[in-house]
Design a protein around this ligand. Structure first.
Ligand SMILES: [Zn+2]
Length: 75
């Protein structure tokens, strides 16, 4: 079960959050978690989600709830 969150004024599922970070839809997604750190751009609350954009890749992504900032653990 994934819990919906409000991101930039829109209600998103974990799948939609991963899509916002990745820029395209992803294969598999875990539930949304709270990020350990606030957004480095605006200081707003950031969310974390682990997802699989493809069968061979596991990515941790972060997205601010208030602004356009997002980040992944890719190099
Ligand atoms: Zn922000």
């Amino acid at each position: 079960m994934s819990e919906n969150r409000v991101v930039q004024g829109r209600m998103v599922t974990a799948g939609k959050l991963a899509e916002l970070i990745e820029g395209e839809s992803v294969m598999e997604v875990d539930s949304i978690e709270e990020a350990d750190e606030p957004c480095p751009d605006c200081g707003g609350n950031a969310l974390k989600v682990v997802y699989m954009p493809s069968v061979t890749e596991l990515v941790t992504g972060w997205k601010c709830q208030d602004c356009d900032w997002s980040e992944t653990d890719r190099d």
